[in-house]
Design a protein around this ligand. Sequence first.
Ligand SMILES: *Cc1c(COP(=O)(O)O)cnc(C)c1O
Length: 223
Amino acid sequence: MSIKENLNNIKAKLPEHVTLVAVSKTKPVSDLMEAYEAGQRIFGENKIQEMVEKYQDMPKDIEWHMIGHVQRNKVKYMAEFVSLIHGVDNYKLLKEINKQAKKHNRVIDCLFQLKIASEDSKFGMSFEEASEIIQSEKFSELKNINVVGVMGMATFTTDENQITKEFNRLKFAFEALKALQTQYCSLKTISMGMSGDFPLAIAAGSTMIRVGSSIFGSRNYTN
Ligand SMILES: *Cc1c(COP(=O)(O)O)cnc(C)c1O
């Protein structure tokens, strides 16, 4: 099936409150343009350099989401244009994003990546770390970032009960952070769900799914 057909099939399944991020990492601009021409305007990349190159080559009404692990020293390359950074998992990174956003006179939306999987390899912070940051004095001083929600990745497994348990964990953490009611952020986004597990994620309360291979086909590399 074509990229356009894949995209339309997925969109037909999505409730209105769920945003689709088309994960286009490793794919050529021609593939992204096919999705663009089918109406897709939100793309997710996991390497900053690759995202910058695609941003330069593509129409300017696209929202670019950084979904990968972010190295602090590379934030400056995307600060001018990135729409949402999903993988913020420490205060120092948040501070750097704030600094670079300020240089461009903008406010950058961020998600706190929380560790929900039992696997060791996933990045992310604990609920306690996130709530500590949100309630801290130093957080209130960062005027050029806006934390709008949370992001998480479930364990790579076929055990649907385990995946659901992990997604529920993120939903629970989201509600608990929201209940802190600090005046410096208002949470609305739960980024969870990929090609293999997005129906489970939506059932558990996801508002944003990140789908790559089900749209663009499998990727030619091993991660
Ligand atoms: C690659 C990636 C995705 C998309 O994965 P698919 O299984 O191809 O849908 C989603 N989220 C993150 C963080 C990724 O790195």
